[in-house]
Design a protein around this ligand. Sequence first.
Ligand code: ATP
Length: 892
Amino acid sequence: MKWYMKNKTEVIKELQTDVEKGLTQAEVDSRLEKYGPNSLKEEKKRSLLSRILAQFADFLVLILIAAAIISVFVGESTDAIVIIAIVMLNAFLGVYQEGKAEKSLDALKKMSSPTAKVIRDGKTSTVDANTLVPGDIVLLDAGDIMPADLRFVESSNLKIEEASLTGESVPVDKNSSAEYNEEVSLGDRKNMGYMSTVVTYGRAKSIVVGTGPDTEIGKIATAIQVSDVETTPLQKQLNGLGKVLGITTIIICAIVFGVGLLQGEGVLEMLMISISLAVAAIPEGLPAIVTIVLALGMNRMVKRHAIVKKLLAVETLGSTTVICSDKTGTLTQNEMTVVKVYTDETIIDVTGTGYSPEGEFKLDEKSIDYKSIPDLKTLLSIATLSNDAEIEKGEESYKVVGDPTEGSLITLGTKAGIQKKDINKTFKRIEEIPFDSERKMMTTFHENFLPERVVSFTKGAPDIIIDKCSHISIKGRPVPFDSQLKKETMTINSQFSKDALRVLAFAYKEYPALPRDIDKKEIESDMTFVGLVGMIDPARPEAKAAIAKCKDAGIKTIMITGDYKETAFAIAKQLGLAEKESEAMMGAELDNLSDEQLQTKVKTTKVFARVSPDHKVRIVEALKRNGNITAMTGDGVNDAPALKKADIGVSMGITGTDVAKNTAELILTDDNFASIVSAVEEGRVIYDNIRKFVYFLLSCNIGEILIIFISILANLPVPLLPIQLLWLNLVTDSFPALALGMEKGDPDIMEKKPRDPKEPLLNKDLVTRIIVQSIAIAAATLSAYLIALNFYPDKIEESRTIAFTTLILAELLRSYSTRSQTHTIFEIGIFSNRTLVYGTLFSFGLTLAVIYIPFLQPIFDTFPMGWQDWKIVLTFAFVPLIVGELFKFVKR
Ligand code: ATP
């Protein structure tokens, strides 16, 4: 269907819709049935079989399979069966856990999935973009990603970037009134917008004409994508570690095998020993646990209002050294209330709180009628007319729909009895130049305000507006805005700003008729200045605590704002973010600094005021060159480059545009600075936890190697059989390891310096601990084994069972010590990790089963131990735990 060649009325008629009221919900439901959901073909999921096979593609698992095959040749077919069974069990567990991780990732993806602003049943609401149907009326704003193929019916200064479709990265102008009598190419259809392209400027109302696979992009993207499985640096490190361990194992096996043969041992026996070694050395459970712990961590972050879009970000978050945050809405509440007005050379106080219309205008503490000051009347009209927000009466309080800055201006008007709806009818808006954070102002054009004239009303940042005004209105008449008057106005502006008020300026200009060419430079100059308003935006109470927390954690907080320097500094001071005025600088000063100079300057600057989006990019670059890991917030279209540059781009879930959310790694569901800090904290906890169970599992593996190696050198019978080792590595050890991955984290986790991202997981400290622990484990197990051998010289099963039980119990006990690298088990509370308590009890139960259930005994080569045996086990099983605790003591 060539929608662009039809005029608006034809489109409306053909799609049977209503531009004002939209479709009814019933109609939407029935069309959804007919056309299907508005989504491109689902990504193809990997089949169950291919997932299971993927588990076997692991290098370590292949060694195990080789071990099983050798067992068959050696005649130990039970061993072979059990090895294979355990490997299978591991594969299924792996698939199950990966599935669970993937599900929670999918759920996260859904949370950050696209939405669209629609009119349905006469009401405006935000819906899941998947539910759009042809005929739906969609409203578009700068920063929106087109949710479907659309035909515009109203548009204002609309610009769309269509790179995703046409490859053209310069935004193109669009216009709802364009009409075509002949075919034109995709990139030239001004009255159409296509799915996945981006609104970079302006606004529009549009009708959905194509959804899902019927969209232009849908036609191209029918090729089914298989999603890439993302591996994080940590996972890569662990995979590498696995390989190193595997190869080392093979080498050690070969040496042991050779030495054994030279010593005159039988080939079969030596083969079995080599297999034991191979099994002992491999941390089979590790990769699966890492994935699940990362995914669970992401879920925990969601509960703390932070959605992480990539596994990788979880790791990066933990090493963040600088957080650059917007002020408005993130560090402050974004609940604006106008408290001061300056017009006609007078400062007027305004009473009342929030968006409620109750309040008065006061001059020297006495109530006044706004009509008594003509300039005040004009200012209130501009404030209400050059305004896109709305105030709604909620159940408990009044709420803004739209920009809170503008909401506070509507409330200001209602305090004088000016209703936006009425005044908008009288002085109809006929054209506009929307707000953008580069120009820092917006302009609207109105009829009837002056007889036979058109006026433009501009509001925006005071320094910019004052600069662009040639006249000032005093006693209702324009007089030249000379330098003396400008200076006076600027003084009032900085006086307001120093009181932490956000200040906006208002101006107007008149024309005989609506200018044909709306040239921003021309329109927004030579204006008549009307006045200033000062609004408070209280700091978020939790932000102060969060900033203090960052300080303790060695993380620097930088405020980056479009607002005035004095306002920004005053709030920064309230928040404990900056102390001296020299720590604040203006965006414009940045333009005069070279990259090197900026690099030095960012070290001491804590507030960047009057910043435009491209300054943000330079700030991130400078911080990164200083070796920082930088998190940066942003919400507008223009913020995307800075978000991309930052190590962690953070977007606002409530006020953020689609574009910002798409680019960011982290989305804050409550737009709150404190949530970034929570996410960093979670990131640290997760990394710490991964480190804990890697430490836990690896020291066990190395302990096992030592046990077998030493017993061979000492010419003792092998103390642990391959099956027993596999059982321990894959089953009894994995429950405590998983529980360690769910630790809440050390209480002082936010009192340490950020982790160096280049530092390997196995740093010096961890390697020392692993060595100490593996020696303790080997010593404990071998001691128990030797005593047992002495007691029962001809009952090898009994001695092995004692060694096996000692090792398992030692592992379970020492898992409690592994919970913290610095705090003793008493300090953190022995039972404070419930999952660990249940996990270890469960593993212990499984161990008892293997020892005491008769039909399992031949499979695991175990012996039902008596009280005497338990005494030996209990004597030595506590050794690694005690050594671990003593080590913490020495380290302190
Ligand atoms: P942040 O602290 O998050 O950067 P900001 O609102 O100060 O927020 P911008 O949105 O870029 O940053 O706004 C820049 C400046 O433009 C503001 O300080 C204000 O002077 C002016 N401004 C903001 N909103 C409007 C608006 N709706 N109409 C006109 N001017 C505005």
